[in-house]
Design a protein around this ligand. Structure first.
Ligand code: NDP
Length: 327
């Protein structure tokens, strides 16, 4: 019998309920996988609280990232067979489960160089880093990059990968320990943005030149000061709202006033929109992870049934790097 963590109503971590579920046989184009590890992401909390609506209504099984083994295939599936090690990071829910059915086109095969926990900790976060620094704004040698929440799941991957590409990285962090961790993962400079004026600090560090790009998954708390960290015609990439959504009556005018800035609010689903795009992004990610240039720091592990505890820790800013749930 399969089991899953579901929500029947939106709310705090206590709405997460571990229960038995009935799984149908995999349908046309679907694969049944047995999870070995499941990734926890800040976006899971948005679905839990209702900030983002549950795509298929309630009850909903949270979780968009996981790794496991194929146990059965539905009609029309030719690329996968029982026993294949696979991972995914772009499904709208279904991940917090011992087993699940998933469209084959959302899966990638794992290479021997990537273990299951790392895969579960990187498919959503690492693919996000991939599109942010290889597509949204192409980071190259010489760029000055600001990464907010640099010790977080996406943050630590961004720091390492930007460094690998030859950029100079400034990372903000909520504590001294987190700042140290960001430095150990590629940040050249760190700023304690809960106590320091981070825009002023960026000015000091760059001797007034400022940054080519700001990667901001924090949202409300760092806006609009993030715009003051950019050179004229720099790129503001707002990719998340860990502190709440940005609400500003006239962002367009702000962009003009702060120096002909560019701004975008990208999401992974629009970048990994096709099987081909997902495949090439996953290859890029597996290459940097397989070569050791980017390591996936899985710093916290919980049993799947303890997902509520994991959510509370993530929201309390007590986690760093990736957290995985083990079924
Ligand atoms: P993190 O591990 O980065 O956790 C969030 C971090 O945000 C915290 O550790 C904390 O770091 C910081 N933070 C700042 N303010 C708050 C606050 N008020 N409450 C809680 N945390 C706060 O999470 P993820 O790596 O899972 O995700 C990072 C961001 O990326 C999220 O906003 C997420 O939604 C977004 N995202 C977007 C995607 C997209 O395609 N657009 C895809 C994947 C993720 P500190 O203590 O250092 O401040």
């Amino acid at each position: 019998m399969a089991a899953a963590v579901r929500i029947h109503k939106t709310g705090g971590p206590d709405v997460l309920t571990y229960e038995e579920i009935q799984l149908k046989d995999p349908g046309q184009g679907e694969v049944r996988i047995k999870h070995t590890a499941i990734g926890l992401n800040f976006i899971d909390t948005y679905f839990r609280t209702g900030l983002y609506p549950a795509p298929g209504g309630l009850p909903m099984i949270l979780g968009n990232e996981g790794a496991g083994v194929v146990v059965a295939t539905g009609p029309g599936v030719t690329e996968f067979k029982a026993g294949d090690r696979v991972a995914y990071g772009t499904t709208p829910g279904g991940g917090y489960s011992t087993e699940r059915n998933i469209p084959a086109e959302k899966l990638v095969k794992l290479t021997d160089k990537v273990d299951d926990k790392s895969a579960a900790g990187m498919m959503l976060k690492g693919l996000t880093a991939q599109y942010l620094l290889r597509q949204t704004f192409k980071v190259t040698k010489g760029h000055m990059v600001l990464v907010h929440a640099a010790a977080g799941g996406v943050g630590l991957i961004l720091c390492q990968w930007c460094k690998h590409l030859g950029a100079t990285v400034i990372g903000t962090a909520g504590s001294e320990d987190k700042a140290k961790l960001a430095k150990a993962n590629g940040a050249d400079h760190t700023i304690l943005y809960r106590s320091e004026d981070f825009a002023a600090k960026v000015g000091e560090i760059t001797k007034g030149a400022k940054c080519d790009v700001v990667y901001d998954g924090v949202g409300k708390a760092t806006f609009p000061a993030s715009l003051d960290c950019l050179k004229p015609r720099g790129m503001f990439v707002s990719f998340g709202n860990a502190s709440g959504s940005i609400e500003h009556p006239n962002v367009i005018q702000l962009l003009q006033g702060k120096g002909s800035l560019y701004a975008t609010r990208p999401t992974l689903v629009n970048y990994a929109a096709t099987k081909e795009a997902l495949g090439s992004m996953a290859k890029d990610l597996m290459d940097v992870v397989g070569s050791g240039a980017v390591k996936i720091p899985v710093n916290h592990t919980y049993a799947l049934k303890d997902a509520a505890k994991a959510h509370a820790e993530l929201e309390s800013r007590n986690t760093t790097g990736s957290t995985v749930l083990i079924p």
